[in-house]
Design a protein around this ligand. Structure first.
Ligand code: MV4
Length: 517
């Protein structure tokens, strides 16, 4: 095992990796931008190196600065976390060429899965089911129309260089195809600098189910089961769980074997994830492979008992995986909620400011993977995900109840967060039945964010606003008593009044509401 690791990331995932290092006796080296000088990941690590200004393009995305920091601090290996440099083939190559260990797959495997059309071809070659469609880029609309006729509308246009939903266009009928192709090309060119677009049959109402794989450098590849990730909004996952209500033990074995085949075909090593669509008939289709540790890895850790980050480090050091596939069986249920600095009541608008107070849930079966604390400044330079709240329980029903309880314990003052949104989802009847698919959240969102009674502070503010509005309209500061004149100018708290006076307020409000002055 190497003795020192540099973590090329920030926030909760950097803290997570520091924890794995500490348990393995590895010295951890954090990197940080100007904005993160006092961040928890910096304080928790054994050493830290400043790498530049707040914008990630000048700090966390600068491969050469990260390498220089590793050398300066005497780190032998680099863990990229997720996002930032984690899926950049050139970075994995640079790390290797500089004589350091990249904790992740070989650059060749990142490249093999980086192009979506190449990944499809590779999957087909390995006998992995993919959605019916083309494996090479479309040349023109006529070709697209011909192919679309073959498997029928609706079809989906996708960017070859894409992923994450950019450059995607649903086409419902022939007449829309040419226009949609132009639009998809433009979007793909803008987002990826590559306007290659291909076409697939559009699968209606599927779930997003992904399989975690873990492979060592000696050709031993394992599936660690599925994660259900259908609760997402605009391609941002909000809630993940393991296992999935839609996956039977037989389907799990089959999808697991399929994911292992895809990974081996790519020459994959270390932790990776194969994404699938699972349709309403139980058919599954390989979409793409994420060649990194994922945000939602903890739910897999909790149901398998396998520490994925520790094994990433041990695999990178050349160790062999000591498990057989038969020994891996999910036990119980795990759910993760992403706690973000977004305001669900305001279209998930990013919220910024100082976290004035943070109370972290604890108790049986609760895990908090966080990167902030009381006093942290939340700005706009980085991803809004502050932390992940993860629970484990013996079954799904109890996991949902436990998550609800943990969310009630969570208190964040100073910024808006996704906490109340998650509470509402845990209370949602469809979610509780597991009746979710990729469009579920967006369809359900109005009822999830729209019906919660406002908290006491908001109610007080609403009452005050109503009183002020009343004064502005009538010139009176308070309501008449049974239609008589005001009490002289000060609004008195309603609880100070006699029942008869309260009735007068109600009557006045009703008269005003129906326009009867
Ligand atoms: C699809 C699809 C339906 N049919 N492909 C979205 C991002 C990219 N990873 C692939 N995506 C999809 N591909 C076919 N043929 C629906 C989606 C999709 C989706 C997939 C996973 C999770 C959330 C999603 C939300 C909207 C669309």
């Amino acid at each position: 095992m190497f003795s020192s690791l540099l973590i090329a990331n920030r926030g909760e995932i950097a803290v997570r990796i520091v924890r794995a290092c500490r348990e393995l006796g590895i010295r951890s080296v954090a990197v940080y931008s100007d904005a993160d000088a006092r961040a928890p990941h910096v304080r928790e690590a054994d050493d830290a190196v400043h790498i530049g200004p707040a914008p990630s393009a000048e700090s966390y995305l600068r491969g050469e600065k990260i390498i220089a920091a590793a050398k300066r601090a005497g780190a032998e290996a680099i863990h990229p976390g997720y996002g930032f440099l984690s899926e950049r083939e050139w970075f994995a190559r640079l790390v290797r060429d500089e004589g350091l260990i990249f904790v992740g797959p070989p650059p060749e495997a990142i490249a093999a899965m980086g192009s979506k059309t190449a990944a499809r071809q590779l999957a087909i070659g390995a006998g992995v089911p993919v959605v019916p469609g083309t494996t090479s880029a479309l040349t023109d609309a006529t070709e697209a129309e011909r192919i679309a006729e073959q498997f029928g509308y609706p079809v989906l246009l996708k960017a070859a260089a894409g992923g994450g939903g950019k450059g995607m266009r649903v086409v419902r009928e022939r007449g829309e195809l040419a226009g949609a192709l132009d639009a998809a090309r433009r979007e793909a060119k803008n987002a990826f600098g590559d306007d290659a677009v291909y076409v697939e049959k559009y699968i209606v109402g599927p779930r997003h189910v992904e399989i975690q794989v873990l492979g060592d450098q000696h050709g031993h590849m394992l599936s660690l089961g599925e994660r259900e990730c259908s609760v997402q909004r605009r391609h941002q996952k909000m809630i993940e769980e393991a296992p999935s209500v839609a996956v039977s033990p037989e389907l799990r074995r089959e999808m697991g074997e399929t994911a292992v085949r895809a990974a081996l075909a790519a020459g994959y090593v270390n932790a990776g994830t194969c994404e699938f669509l699972l349709d309403q008939e139980g058919r599954y289709y390989f979409l793409e492979m994420n060649t990194r540790l994922q945000v939602e890895h903890p739910v897999t850790e909790l149901v398998t008992g396998i520490d994925l980050v520790q094994w990433q480090l041990r695999i990178a050091a050349g160790e062999r995986l000591p498990f057989t596939q038969e020994e891996i069986e999910p036990r119980g249920w795990a759910i993760e909620c992403r706690i973000t600095s977004e305001d669900p009541a305001n279209g998930f608008l990013p919220s910024t400011g100082r976290i004035e107070y943070l109370h972290i849930p604890t108790g049986p079966g609760v895990r908090w993977d966080g990167g902030v604390e009381t006093g942290s400044e939340v700005g706009l330079h980085y991803d809004p995900m502050l932390a992940k709240l993860i629970v484990w329980a013996p079954d799904r029903e109890r996991a949902v109840a436990r998550m609800h309880r943990a969310l009630l314990e969570l208190t964040v003052h100073g910024i808006e967060t996704s906490r109340d949104f998650h509470l509402r989802v845990m209370e949602d009847e469809e979610f509780r039945r597991g009746a979710i698919e990729i469009q579920w959240l967006e369809r359900r969102l109005p009822s999830i964010v729209g019906t919660r009674p406002p908290d006491a502070g908001v109610q007080v503010a609403a009452i005050a606003a109503a009183l002020l509005a009343h004064r502005d309209r009538t010139g009176r500061a308070s309501m008449p008593q049974n239609g008589s004149s005001s009490n002289g100018g000060t609004a008195t708290a309603q609880t100070d009044r006699a029942p008869a006076a309260r009735d007068a307020w109600k009557q006045a409000a009703r008269r005003e509401a129906v326009g009867d002055r």
